[in-house]
Design a protein around this ligand. Structure first.
Ligand code: NAP
Length: 305
């Protein structure tokens, strides 16, 4: 299946820079053009060699591209789609890396001209870091990229994009749009909200000094702070655009939390033990699936040595 000849990256942060580095690692020769909101990001991307050419506007960056990847926060995807629509090459594929799919489809698809294929994607890979310097070539290795094709997408075009994500290191799976949003809410969005909340709780507790929170954080809290350091713009947009699934999962979460709270109050050790045994099994399954390390402390000491 033929490779793309010209890939345009709209937004040049963590995801876009990782795509560029993974493309080069895979030996893809495509011309890469790009744009970002600020001149500072555009200049950095050019200096790092992430793009062959950088443009002040998305409209200029997409000219002649046969693959356009929207790597901006979910809340601006619609405006970008409207801007680039008149400049897209007939027959080109447009995809995105947004963490939410239904809202992105509704914002982007109405702007897509006839003869342009919009195929939504979500590479489920990331870190709490942002910007063009945060990317790395192995970000997608053995991570899942969920594609949520539209009924109007033709098979060959979807397959071609699937091959592209595979070449970047990802395992690719097709998923229905709303089901994607529910799955993403369970495994990513709501956990982020809970981490933000826990860090907020610690920050707001006046009986525990800030220095105590910082100095003794290794006991579990530190892992929440890593997640809670994620980009505020990106995550604000995720929650505003995946409202229904987040509220559904949060409702379930609140019920379970109350059940645990009640077990603690009643001294129901069996309930707590059984619950924690079940959750430990899930952790084991994730490690068995190669989606995390089994090293103590998440392999931190190994990385630091
Ligand atoms: P990021 O590092 O913050 O980069 C976002 C990029 O978008 C920046 O280059 C920013 O430019 C640019 N941008 C923002 N508003 C723009 C606008 N109006 N016009 C043009 N460019 C604009 O974010 P990221 O982590 O790569 O996330 C990008 C997308 O990937 C989001 O939709 C997110 O939901 C999704 N995603 C993220 C992760 C993750 O863990 N981070 C994982 C999977 C998917 P400036 O630098 O000039 O502001």
């Amino acid at each position: 299946m033929s490779q793309y000849k010209h890939v345009a990256l709209i937004g040049l942060g963590l995801l876009a820079s990782s795509i560029s580095l993974a493309m080069r690692r895979a030996g893809m020769k495509a011309r890469i053009t790009g744009t970002a909101r600020s001149k500072a990001t555009r200049d950095t991307a050019l200096k790092l060699g992430l793009v062959d050419a950088v443009f002040d506007t998305a409209a200029e960056a997409v000219k002649g591209a046969d693959l356009v990847i929207l790597c901006v926060p979910v809340g601006v995807m619609g405006a970008i789609a409207e801007e680039i629509a008149p400049y897209l090459t007939e027959g080109c594929t447009v995809t995105d890396v947004g963490s939410v799919k239904r809202a992105v489809v509704e914002a982007v698809n109405p702007h897509m001209p006839d003869g342009v294929h919009f195929i939504p994607s979500h590479p489920m890979a990331g870190t709490e870091k942002s910007g063009p310097e945060a990317g790395f070539a192995s970000l997608f290795d053995n991570r899942w990229c969920l594609m949520t094709p539209l009924e109007s997408n033709d098979h060959a075009t979807v397959e071609r994009l699937k091959v592209f994500w595979g070449a970047l290191g990802a395992n690719v799976e097709m998923m229905e749009i709303d089901h994607h949003d529910l799955v993403a809410s369970v495994i990513s969005h709501t956990p982020h909200l809970i981490a933000y909340t826990m860090v907020g709780v610690a920050d707001g507790m006046n009986r525990v000094a800030k220095t105590e929170v910082v100095n003794y954080s290794a006991a579990g809290f530190r892992d929440f702070t890593r997640i809670a350091a994620s980009d505020p713009t990106m995550w604000r947009d995720v929650f505003l655009n995946n409202k229904d699934a987040t509220l559904e999962v949060l409702g379930r979460f609140t019920e379970e939390l109350l059940a645990l709270q009640r077990a603690i109050r009643l001294g129901d050790g069996d309930f707590l033990f059984d619950y924690f045994t079940r959750t430990r099994d899930i952790r084991r399954s994730i490690i068995d699936a190669g989606q995390d390390t089994n090293a103590p402390d998440f392999g931190r000491n190994k990385e630091e040595s």
